[in-house]
Design a protein around this ligand. Structure first.
Ligand code: FAD
Length: 400
Protein backbone atom coordinates (compact mmCIF):
# COMPACT_ATOMS: atom_id res chain seq x y z
CA UNK A 1 0.00 0.00 0.00
CA UNK A 2 1.37 3.45 -0.90
CA UNK A 3 1.56 6.41 1.42
CA UNK A 4 -1.34 8.11 -0.35
CA UNK A 5 -3.54 5.05 0.29
CA UNK A 6 -2.81 5.44 4.00
CA UNK A 7 -3.77 9.07 3.89
CA UNK A 8 -7.17 8.17 2.41
CA UNK A 9 -7.76 5.17 4.70
CA UNK A 10 -10.20 5.98 7.49
CA UNK A 11 -9.48 6.95 11.03
CA UNK A 12 -10.34 3.65 12.70
CA UNK A 13 -11.56 3.36 16.27
CA UNK A 14 -11.71 -0.07 17.90
CA UNK A 15 -14.40 -0.07 20.60
CA UNK A 16 -17.81 1.57 20.85
CA UNK A 17 -17.90 2.23 24.59
CA UNK A 18 -17.98 5.74 26.02
CA UNK A 19 -14.36 6.28 24.86
CA UNK A 20 -14.74 5.15 21.24
CA UNK A 21 -18.12 6.76 20.61
CA UNK A 22 -17.18 9.90 22.55
CA UNK A 23 -14.09 10.32 20.38
CA UNK A 24 -15.97 9.78 17.11
CA UNK A 25 -18.52 12.39 18.21
CA UNK A 26 -15.82 14.90 19.20
CA UNK A 27 -14.02 14.42 15.87
CA UNK A 28 -17.27 14.91 13.95
CA UNK A 29 -17.82 18.11 15.90
CA UNK A 30 -14.60 19.42 14.34
CA UNK A 31 -14.63 17.78 10.92
CA UNK A 32 -17.76 16.75 9.06
CA UNK A 33 -15.93 14.99 6.23
CA UNK A 34 -13.21 12.80 7.62
CA UNK A 35 -13.90 9.09 7.03
CA UNK A 36 -14.33 7.29 10.35
CA UNK A 37 -14.78 3.56 10.95
CA UNK A 38 -15.85 2.22 14.34
CA UNK A 39 -15.40 -1.47 15.05
CA UNK A 40 -16.95 -3.27 17.98
CA UNK A 41 -16.96 -6.83 19.27
CA UNK A 42 -20.43 -6.13 20.70
CA UNK A 43 -23.74 -4.87 19.29
CA UNK A 44 -22.53 -1.27 19.10
CA UNK A 45 -25.59 -0.09 21.04
CA UNK A 46 -24.78 3.24 22.69
CA UNK A 47 -25.42 3.31 26.44
CA UNK A 48 -24.02 4.97 29.57
CA UNK A 49 -22.15 2.27 31.46
CA UNK A 50 -22.33 3.89 34.95
CA UNK A 51 -26.13 3.59 34.80
CA UNK A 52 -25.90 -0.24 34.87
CA UNK A 53 -25.34 -0.26 38.63
CA UNK A 54 -28.42 1.79 39.48
CA UNK A 55 -30.83 0.17 37.02
CA UNK A 56 -32.04 -2.91 38.95
CA UNK A 57 -33.79 -0.78 41.59
CA UNK A 58 -35.54 1.12 38.79
CA UNK A 59 -36.40 -2.20 37.12
CA UNK A 60 -35.00 -0.92 33.82
CA UNK A 61 -34.69 -3.31 30.93
CA UNK A 62 -31.41 -3.47 29.03
CA UNK A 63 -33.26 -2.13 25.98
CA UNK A 64 -34.43 0.95 27.88
CA UNK A 65 -30.78 1.82 28.59
CA UNK A 66 -29.92 1.91 24.88
CA UNK A 67 -29.70 5.50 23.71
CA UNK A 68 -28.99 4.65 20.06
CA UNK A 69 -28.44 1.42 18.19
CA UNK A 70 -25.53 0.90 15.79
CA UNK A 71 -27.60 1.99 12.77
CA UNK A 72 -28.58 5.21 14.56
CA UNK A 73 -25.00 5.72 15.66
CA UNK A 74 -23.67 5.34 12.13
CA UNK A 75 -26.24 7.86 10.90
CA UNK A 76 -25.56 10.48 13.60
CA UNK A 77 -21.81 10.15 13.34
CA UNK A 78 -21.79 9.74 9.57
CA UNK A 79 -19.38 6.89 10.21
CA UNK A 80 -19.10 3.26 9.25
CA UNK A 81 -19.96 1.12 12.29
CA UNK A 82 -19.06 -2.55 12.17
CA UNK A 83 -20.65 -4.58 14.96
CA UNK A 84 -20.04 -8.09 16.32
CA UNK A 85 -16.61 -7.78 14.75
CA UNK A 86 -13.50 -8.64 16.72
CA UNK A 87 -10.16 -7.21 15.66
CA UNK A 88 -7.71 -10.11 15.84
CA UNK A 89 -4.39 -8.41 15.15
CA UNK A 90 -2.71 -5.12 14.26
CA UNK A 91 0.09 -4.76 11.73
CA UNK A 92 1.51 -1.37 12.66
CA UNK A 93 4.19 -1.44 9.93
CA UNK A 94 1.63 -1.88 7.11
CA UNK A 95 -1.06 0.03 8.98
CA UNK A 96 -3.76 -2.57 8.79
CA UNK A 97 -6.00 -4.62 11.03
CA UNK A 98 -6.70 -8.31 10.71
CA UNK A 99 -10.31 -9.37 11.22
CA UNK A 100 -10.54 -13.09 10.51
CA UNK A 101 -9.17 -13.45 6.97
CA UNK A 102 -9.79 -9.78 6.12
CA UNK A 103 -7.06 -7.14 6.14
CA UNK A 104 -8.39 -3.66 6.78
CA UNK A 105 -6.18 -0.58 6.18
CA UNK A 106 -6.30 2.32 8.63
CA UNK A 107 -4.99 5.84 8.36
CA UNK A 108 -4.74 6.41 12.09
CA UNK A 109 -5.85 3.90 14.70
CA UNK A 110 -7.40 4.45 18.12
CA UNK A 111 -7.65 1.57 20.57
CA UNK A 112 -10.61 2.04 22.91
CA UNK A 113 -11.06 -1.61 23.84
CA UNK A 114 -11.84 -1.05 27.52
CA UNK A 115 -11.17 -3.49 30.35
CA UNK A 116 -12.44 -7.01 30.92
CA UNK A 117 -13.73 -8.50 34.17
CA UNK A 118 -11.10 -10.50 35.96
CA UNK A 119 -12.21 -13.62 37.80
CA UNK A 120 -9.83 -15.26 40.26
CA UNK A 121 -11.41 -18.74 40.03
CA UNK A 122 -12.84 -21.18 37.49
CA UNK A 123 -16.59 -21.71 37.29
CA UNK A 124 -17.86 -25.19 36.40
CA UNK A 125 -19.92 -25.24 33.20
CA UNK A 126 -22.92 -26.59 35.15
CA UNK A 127 -22.95 -23.34 37.15
CA UNK A 128 -22.45 -20.82 34.35
CA UNK A 129 -26.17 -20.00 34.18
CA UNK A 130 -26.02 -18.88 37.81
CA UNK A 131 -22.75 -16.91 37.80
CA UNK A 132 -22.65 -13.40 36.32
CA UNK A 133 -20.36 -10.45 35.73
CA UNK A 134 -21.67 -7.07 34.70
CA UNK A 135 -19.26 -4.88 32.79
CA UNK A 136 -21.43 -4.10 29.80
CA UNK A 137 -25.02 -4.01 28.60
CA UNK A 138 -24.99 -7.71 27.66
CA UNK A 139 -23.95 -8.65 31.19
CA UNK A 140 -26.79 -6.55 32.58
CA UNK A 141 -29.23 -8.05 30.07
CA UNK A 142 -28.28 -11.59 31.15
CA UNK A 143 -28.86 -11.05 34.86
CA UNK A 144 -31.94 -8.89 34.28
CA UNK A 145 -33.38 -11.69 32.12
CA UNK A 146 -32.90 -14.30 34.86
CA UNK A 147 -34.44 -12.06 37.54
CA UNK A 148 -37.37 -11.22 35.24
CA UNK A 149 -38.19 -14.91 34.88
CA UNK A 150 -38.96 -14.98 38.61
CA UNK A 151 -41.10 -11.86 39.06
CA UNK A 152 -42.19 -11.13 42.60
CA UNK A 153 -39.63 -13.54 44.02
CA UNK A 154 -36.67 -12.33 46.01
CA UNK A 155 -33.50 -13.87 44.64
CA UNK A 156 -30.64 -14.72 46.99
CA UNK A 157 -27.65 -13.02 45.33
CA UNK A 158 -24.08 -13.47 46.55
CA UNK A 159 -21.75 -10.73 45.34
CA UNK A 160 -18.04 -11.52 45.39
CA UNK A 161 -15.91 -8.39 45.67
CA UNK A 162 -16.58 -5.16 47.59
CA UNK A 163 -14.98 -2.58 45.32
CA UNK A 164 -16.97 0.13 43.54
CA UNK A 165 -18.81 -2.26 41.24
CA UNK A 166 -19.58 -4.86 43.96
CA UNK A 167 -20.83 -2.23 46.43
CA UNK A 168 -22.95 -0.38 43.88
CA UNK A 169 -24.62 -3.60 42.73
CA UNK A 170 -25.10 -4.71 46.37
CA UNK A 171 -27.00 -1.50 47.09
CA UNK A 172 -28.92 -1.58 43.82
CA UNK A 173 -29.96 -5.25 43.90
CA UNK A 174 -31.00 -4.84 47.54
CA UNK A 175 -33.08 -1.79 46.56
CA UNK A 176 -34.54 -3.93 43.77
CA UNK A 177 -35.96 -6.28 46.43
CA UNK A 178 -33.34 -9.05 46.47
CA UNK A 179 -31.50 -10.69 49.37
CA UNK A 180 -27.86 -9.74 49.01
CA UNK A 181 -24.69 -11.12 50.60
CA UNK A 182 -21.36 -9.36 50.02
CA UNK A 183 -18.14 -11.35 50.32
CA UNK A 184 -14.63 -9.87 50.20
CA UNK A 185 -11.13 -10.66 51.46
CA UNK A 186 -10.65 -7.15 52.84
CA UNK A 187 -11.85 -6.04 56.28
CA UNK A 188 -14.17 -3.31 54.98
CA UNK A 189 -15.97 -2.36 51.75
CA UNK A 190 -14.36 -0.03 49.16
CA UNK A 191 -10.85 -0.72 50.48
CA UNK A 192 -9.18 1.19 47.64
CA UNK A 193 -11.31 4.29 48.12
CA UNK A 194 -12.02 4.52 51.86
CA UNK A 195 -9.82 4.33 54.96
CA UNK A 196 -11.13 1.63 57.37
CA UNK A 197 -13.39 3.76 59.65
CA UNK A 198 -15.33 5.03 56.62
CA UNK A 199 -15.41 1.57 55.05
CA UNK A 200 -16.81 0.26 58.33
CA UNK A 201 -19.54 2.93 58.25
CA UNK A 202 -20.57 1.74 54.78
CA UNK A 203 -20.51 -1.91 55.94
CA UNK A 204 -22.74 -0.97 58.88
CA UNK A 205 -25.19 0.93 56.67
CA UNK A 206 -25.38 -2.16 54.42
CA UNK A 207 -25.85 -4.48 57.44
CA UNK A 208 -28.62 -2.30 58.92
CA UNK A 209 -30.47 -2.48 55.61
CA UNK A 210 -30.15 -6.28 55.57
CA UNK A 211 -27.17 -6.81 53.25
CA UNK A 212 -25.09 -9.51 54.90
CA UNK A 213 -21.35 -8.79 54.86
CA UNK A 214 -18.73 -11.54 54.89
CA UNK A 215 -15.48 -9.60 55.18
CA UNK A 216 -11.97 -11.03 55.52
CA UNK A 217 -13.33 -14.13 53.78
CA UNK A 218 -12.63 -15.67 50.42
CA UNK A 219 -14.67 -18.08 48.38
CA UNK A 220 -12.85 -21.42 48.19
CA UNK A 221 -15.42 -23.33 46.15
CA UNK A 222 -18.72 -22.99 44.32
CA UNK A 223 -20.96 -26.07 44.20
CA UNK A 224 -24.07 -26.74 42.17
CA UNK A 225 -26.69 -27.88 44.67
CA UNK A 226 -29.45 -28.44 42.14
CA UNK A 227 -31.68 -25.62 43.42
CA UNK A 228 -28.88 -23.05 43.39
CA UNK A 229 -25.26 -22.49 44.34
CA UNK A 230 -23.44 -23.22 47.57
CA UNK A 231 -20.49 -20.92 48.20
CA UNK A 232 -17.94 -22.44 50.52
CA UNK A 233 -15.89 -19.77 52.29
CA UNK A 234 -12.29 -20.22 53.44
CA UNK A 235 -13.36 -20.57 57.08
CA UNK A 236 -15.64 -23.47 56.13
CA UNK A 237 -18.93 -21.53 56.31
CA UNK A 238 -21.36 -22.37 53.49
CA UNK A 239 -23.73 -19.84 51.94
CA UNK A 240 -26.70 -20.73 49.78
CA UNK A 241 -27.53 -18.46 46.86
CA UNK A 242 -29.64 -18.52 43.72
CA UNK A 243 -27.19 -16.39 41.78
CA UNK A 244 -23.61 -15.18 42.11
CA UNK A 245 -22.31 -11.85 40.83
CA UNK A 246 -18.54 -11.74 40.49
CA UNK A 247 -17.11 -8.23 40.90
CA UNK A 248 -13.45 -8.94 41.49
CA UNK A 249 -12.00 -6.22 39.30
CA UNK A 250 -11.17 -5.32 35.72
CA UNK A 251 -8.03 -5.75 33.65
CA UNK A 252 -7.30 -3.51 30.64
CA UNK A 253 -7.65 -5.43 27.34
CA UNK A 254 -4.02 -5.05 26.28
CA UNK A 255 -3.47 -8.37 24.45
CA UNK A 256 -4.11 -6.98 20.96
CA UNK A 257 -1.61 -4.15 21.52
CA UNK A 258 0.95 -6.35 23.24
CA UNK A 259 1.05 -8.90 20.40
CA UNK A 260 1.48 -6.00 17.95
CA UNK A 261 4.58 -4.94 19.90
CA UNK A 262 3.14 -1.84 21.60
CA UNK A 263 4.41 -0.95 25.06
CA UNK A 264 1.92 -2.12 27.70
CA UNK A 265 1.86 -2.65 31.46
CA UNK A 266 -0.68 -4.34 33.74
CA UNK A 267 -2.26 -0.87 34.03
CA UNK A 268 -2.93 -0.61 30.30
CA UNK A 269 -1.51 0.38 26.92
CA UNK A 270 1.15 2.96 27.71
CA UNK A 271 0.53 6.37 26.18
CA UNK A 272 2.00 9.80 26.55
CA UNK A 273 -0.17 12.77 27.42
CA UNK A 274 -1.21 13.08 23.78
CA UNK A 275 -2.63 9.56 24.05
CA UNK A 276 -0.02 8.33 21.56
CA UNK A 277 1.15 4.74 22.05
CA UNK A 278 4.67 3.53 21.31
CA UNK A 279 3.66 2.79 17.68
CA UNK A 280 3.30 5.58 15.10
CA UNK A 281 -0.28 6.54 14.20
CA UNK A 282 -1.73 4.42 17.01
CA UNK A 283 -3.46 6.01 20.02
CA UNK A 284 -5.30 4.62 23.04
CA UNK A 285 -7.84 6.00 25.48
CA UNK A 286 -10.46 4.99 28.03
CA UNK A 287 -10.16 2.00 30.39
CA UNK A 288 -7.53 0.32 28.18
CA UNK A 289 -5.05 3.20 28.36
CA UNK A 290 -2.42 3.98 30.96
CA UNK A 291 -1.83 7.67 30.37
CA UNK A 292 1.57 9.04 31.45
CA UNK A 293 1.94 6.19 33.95
CA UNK A 294 -0.93 7.58 36.01
CA UNK A 295 -3.33 4.71 35.93
CA UNK A 296 -1.05 2.43 37.91
CA UNK A 297 -3.38 0.98 40.54
CA UNK A 298 -1.43 2.55 43.40
CA UNK A 299 -3.22 3.35 46.63
CA UNK A 300 -6.62 3.00 45.02
CA UNK A 301 -6.02 5.50 42.26
CA UNK A 302 -7.20 4.47 38.86
CA UNK A 303 -8.30 6.60 35.97
CA UNK A 304 -10.91 4.04 34.85
CA UNK A 305 -13.61 6.64 35.25
CA UNK A 306 -15.71 8.80 33.00
CA UNK A 307 -14.20 12.23 33.69
CA UNK A 308 -10.59 11.29 32.77
CA UNK A 309 -11.99 9.47 29.73
CA UNK A 310 -13.87 12.57 28.62
CA UNK A 311 -10.80 14.76 29.08
CA UNK A 312 -8.79 12.29 26.98
CA UNK A 313 -11.49 12.32 24.28
CA UNK A 314 -11.30 16.11 24.04
CA UNK A 315 -7.49 16.21 23.89
CA UNK A 316 -7.21 13.40 21.34
CA UNK A 317 -9.89 14.91 19.09
CA UNK A 318 -7.83 18.10 18.97
CA UNK A 319 -4.59 16.21 18.31
CA UNK A 320 -6.18 14.21 15.49
CA UNK A 321 -7.44 17.47 14.01
CA UNK A 322 -3.84 18.66 13.78
CA UNK A 323 -3.61 20.62 17.06
CA UNK A 324 -1.30 18.58 19.30
CA UNK A 325 -2.90 18.69 22.75
CA UNK A 326 -1.88 17.14 26.04
CA UNK A 327 -4.52 15.83 28.40
CA UNK A 328 -4.84 17.13 31.96
CA UNK A 329 -6.96 15.67 34.74
CA UNK A 330 -8.38 17.79 37.56
CA UNK A 331 -9.01 16.72 41.16
CA UNK A 332 -12.07 14.69 40.19
CA UNK A 333 -13.59 12.73 43.04
CA UNK A 334 -15.45 9.48 42.46
CA UNK A 335 -19.11 9.56 43.48
CA UNK A 336 -20.09 6.05 44.55
CA UNK A 337 -23.73 5.13 43.89
CA UNK A 338 -24.58 3.69 47.33
CA UNK A 339 -27.69 5.60 48.46
CA UNK A 340 -27.72 3.57 51.70
CA UNK A 341 -24.69 5.68 52.61
CA UNK A 342 -23.50 8.29 50.10
CA UNK A 343 -19.75 8.08 49.43
CA UNK A 344 -17.37 10.42 47.60
CA UNK A 345 -13.64 9.76 47.35
CA UNK A 346 -10.55 11.21 45.78
CA UNK A 347 -7.86 8.64 46.59
CA UNK A 348 -4.38 10.12 47.03
CA UNK A 349 -1.73 9.23 44.41
CA UNK A 350 0.64 7.90 47.07
CA UNK A 351 -0.06 6.46 50.50
CA UNK A 352 -0.51 9.56 52.69
CA UNK A 353 1.55 10.40 55.76
CA UNK A 354 -1.72 10.29 57.70
CA UNK A 355 -5.48 10.26 57.38
CA UNK A 356 -7.16 12.99 59.48
CA UNK A 357 -10.60 11.61 60.23
CA UNK A 358 -13.45 13.62 61.72
CA UNK A 359 -17.11 12.86 62.22
CA UNK A 360 -19.53 10.61 63.99
CA UNK A 361 -22.21 8.01 63.34
CA UNK A 362 -21.92 7.47 59.60
CA UNK A 363 -20.96 11.03 58.62
CA UNK A 364 -17.19 11.16 58.16
CA UNK A 365 -14.57 13.35 56.47
CA UNK A 366 -11.18 11.73 56.01
CA UNK A 367 -8.40 13.97 54.73
CA UNK A 368 -5.25 12.35 53.33
CA UNK A 369 -2.32 14.60 54.20
CA UNK A 370 1.42 14.70 53.60
CA UNK A 371 3.98 15.40 56.34
CA UNK A 372 3.40 19.14 56.19
CA UNK A 373 -0.38 18.77 56.39
CA UNK A 374 -0.99 19.38 52.68
CA UNK A 375 -4.16 17.81 51.31
CA UNK A 376 -3.45 14.89 48.93
CA UNK A 377 -6.92 13.40 48.65
CA UNK A 378 -10.03 12.72 50.69
CA UNK A 379 -12.95 10.43 51.41
CA UNK A 380 -16.40 11.48 52.60
CA UNK A 381 -19.46 9.60 53.79
CA UNK A 382 -23.05 10.45 54.70
CA UNK A 383 -23.81 14.12 55.19
CA UNK A 384 -20.12 15.01 54.78
CA UNK A 385 -20.33 14.38 51.01
CA UNK A 386 -21.43 17.99 50.70
CA UNK A 387 -17.77 18.96 51.29
CA UNK A 388 -16.92 17.47 47.89
CA UNK A 389 -16.57 20.71 45.94
CA UNK A 390 -14.68 22.61 48.66
CA UNK A 391 -12.16 19.78 49.12
CA UNK A 392 -11.78 19.07 45.40
CA UNK A 393 -10.81 22.73 44.95
CA UNK A 394 -8.07 22.33 47.56
CA UNK A 395 -6.73 18.97 46.34
CA UNK A 396 -3.96 18.57 43.75
CA UNK A 397 -5.00 17.63 40.20
CA UNK A 398 -4.62 13.99 39.19
CA UNK A 399 -2.59 15.00 36.15
CA UNK A 400 -1.84 18.72 36.21
C1 FAD B 1 -21.10 -1.10 36.78
C2 FAD B 1 -20.17 0.05 36.51
C3 FAD B 1 -20.46 1.30 37.06
C4 FAD B 1 -19.60 2.38 36.82
N1 FAD B 1 -19.90 3.59 37.39
C5 FAD B 1 -19.10 4.65 37.15
C6 FAD B 1 -19.39 5.93 37.71
O1 FAD B 1 -20.38 6.10 38.44
N2 FAD B 1 -18.57 6.97 37.42
C7 FAD B 1 -17.48 6.82 36.62
O2 FAD B 1 -16.76 7.80 36.38
N3 FAD B 1 -17.16 5.62 36.07
C8 FAD B 1 -17.94 4.53 36.32
N4 FAD B 1 -17.63 3.32 35.76
C9 FAD B 1 -16.46 3.23 34.86
C10 FAD B 1 -16.82 3.74 33.45
O3 FAD B 1 -18.10 3.29 33.10
C11 FAD B 1 -15.76 3.25 32.45
O4 FAD B 1 -14.54 3.89 32.81
C12 FAD B 1 -16.07 3.57 30.99
O5 FAD B 1 -17.40 3.26 30.64
C13 FAD B 1 -15.09 2.80 30.07
O6 FAD B 1 -15.39 3.01 28.72
P1 FAD B 1 -14.46 2.43 27.54
O7 FAD B 1 -15.07 2.94 26.29
O8 FAD B 1 -13.04 2.71 27.82
O9 FAD B 1 -14.61 0.83 27.62
P2 FAD B 1 -15.83 -0.17 27.32
O10 FAD B 1 -17.13 0.46 27.64
O11 FAD B 1 -15.47 -1.44 28.03
O12 FAD B 1 -15.80 -0.40 25.76
C14 FAD B 1 -14.88 -1.27 25.14
C15 FAD B 1 -15.31 -1.54 23.72
O13 FAD B 1 -14.26 -2.24 23.04
C16 FAD B 1 -14.81 -3.32 22.29
N5 FAD B 1 -13.74 -4.29 22.07
C17 FAD B 1 -12.89 -4.85 22.99
N6 FAD B 1 -12.00 -5.65 22.38
C18 FAD B 1 -12.27 -5.59 21.04
C19 FAD B 1 -11.68 -6.19 19.88
N7 FAD B 1 -10.61 -6.99 19.94
N8 FAD B 1 -12.24 -5.93 18.67
C20 FAD B 1 -13.30 -5.10 18.56
N9 FAD B 1 -13.88 -4.49 19.63
C21 FAD B 1 -13.37 -4.73 20.84
C22 FAD B 1 -15.98 -3.77 23.15
O14 FAD B 1 -16.90 -4.54 22.40
C23 FAD B 1 -16.54 -2.40 23.58
O15 FAD B 1 -17.34 -1.86 22.54
C24 FAD B 1 -18.46 2.21 36.00
C25 FAD B 1 -18.16 0.95 35.46
C26 FAD B 1 -19.02 -0.12 35.71
C27 FAD B 1 -18.69 -1.48 35.14
Amino acid sequence: MSQSDHSTAPLTIVGTGMAGVGLARAIRGRDGERPITLISADSGDEYTKPLLSSAFAKRQTAQSLVMRDAVGLAATLRARVRTHTTVDAIDTARRRLRIGAELLPYGQLVLATGAAPWQPFEVASSLRHRVFQINDLDGYRRLRGVLDRHPGRQARIAIIGAGLVGCEFANDLHAGGHRVALIAPEATPLPRLLPPPLGRALGEAFAEAGIRGYFERQVSALHDDGEGVTLVLDDGEALAADLVLVATGLRPRTALAEVAGLAVSPAGILTDRRLATSAPNVFALGDVACVDGLDAPVGGLSAMYVQPLQAAVKALAATLAGIPTEVSYGAWPVVVKTPLLPVVALPPREPPHRWRIEGEASDFSALAEDESGRLLGFALTGRCVRRKVELARAAPPLLG
